[in-house]
Design a protein around this ligand. Structure first.
Ligand SMILES: NCc1[nH]cc(CCC(=O)O)c1CC(=O)O
Length: 310
């Protein structure tokens, strides 16, 4: 946090992928409209330069660690993360200071097919996510799931070149990049629960930087913050990472928070599910309770099966 001629000044660190930039620019524009000056600092992470399957190169935190390092080293004051990519373990000295109102949490099918039932037998589907893979296989065991990597543009190019019959992406990312026209089918939550934090941004700061934390509060949406806290607590309680075949979605239900979650075997055959409801102030407790229900149903065996498969 710097001060230039009496005006507050936030150094905002971002990865340089088009989606990360869009998200950083969106946060920056909101801060600027509040009279806060922002300096954008681009940071290249390991996840941006390695191209192997994420599961094999120890993908956890690959996109976020170096940005968190820059926060701790005082090179930046604010990191804007896709919460989906931010590991749930607390980092001493850092805090999620604000969570803006969430975009769509849904996953979508991109390609010429407008429903899962329209996909021809054995269709080739591109996704690197065990969560998407397992849920698709649960609904359609005949599908061929193929690894795909790269940013959203790269993935669309690979689809267009004929490597896949369809791919699965987050609706939020496509909308932010102005690519919503590519969405063929919004996969309903009954068929596919999102990743923990999907569609939400996490504004991370140093825990002791009260000035920046205060400046970010107008960007915080209490309900979204509570929802992602419930989801992240669930994932953390299951001792599963963002690459595990776990789907979770918390949202408002009247004055309460409703949390639905699922864990699958990576082959999609076994699926367990649980849900719970609680006031938003008890978001952490809700995450723990739903995780305990999943644990009783055998979640840890399913999560270890996913680790063994890598
Ligand atoms: N892992 C990459 C990533 N991280 C966040 C998003 C989308 C935006 C979001 O969920 O907030 C994406 C792309 C995708 O999964 O399609």
């Amino acid at each position: 946090m710097g001060v230039v001629s009496g005006q507050p000044f936030i150094r905002l660190g971002t990865r340089s992928s088009p989606l990360a930039r869009w998200q950083a620019e969106w946060v920056s524009a909101r801060l600027v409209s509040l009279g806060i000056r922002v300096e954008m600092i681009h940071i290249t992470t390991q996840g941006d330069v390695t191209t192997g399957p994420l599961g094999q190169i120890g993908g956890q935190g690959l996109f976020t660690k170096e940005i968190q390092r820059a926060l701790l080293d005082q090179r930046i004051d604010l990191a804007v993360h896709s919460l989906k990519d931010l590991p749930t373990e607390a980092i001493p000295g850092l805090t999620i200071a604000a969570v803006p109102t969430r975009e769509s949490t849904a996953d979508v099918l991109v390609g010429p097919y407008k429903a899962l039932d329209d996909l021809p037998p054995g269709a080739r589907i591109g996704t690197g996510s065990l969560r998407r893979r397992a849920q698709l296989l649960h609904a359609r065991p005949d599908l061929q799931l193929l690894e795909i990597r790269g940013n959203v543009d790269t993935r669309l190019r690979k689809l267009d070149s004929g490597e896949y019959d369809a791919i699965v992406l987050a609706q939020a990312g496509l909308s932010r990049l102005g690519l919503a026209a590519r969405i063929a089918y919004i996969i309903p939550p009954q068929l596919m629960l999102p990743a923990v934090g999907q569609g939400a941004l996490g504004l991370e700061t140093r825990a002791d930087d009260a000035t920046t934390i205060e400046l970010l509060q107008p960007l915080n949406d209490g309900l979204t913050h509570a929802a992602v806290l419930a989801e992240r607590t669930l994932l953390n309680s299951l001792r599963a990472g963002c690459l595990a075949p776990v789907g979770a979605w918390a949202r408002a239900s009247g004055d309460n928070l409703l949390l639905q979650a699922t864990v699958l075997h990576p082959d999609g055959q076994k699926r367990i599910a649980a849900e719970g409801i609680a006031p938003p102030e008890q978001a952490m407790k809700l995450g723990q309770t739903v995780a305990a229900d999943l644990a009783r149903q055998g979640a840890s065996e399913l999560i270890s099966a996913a680790h063994a498969g890598r």
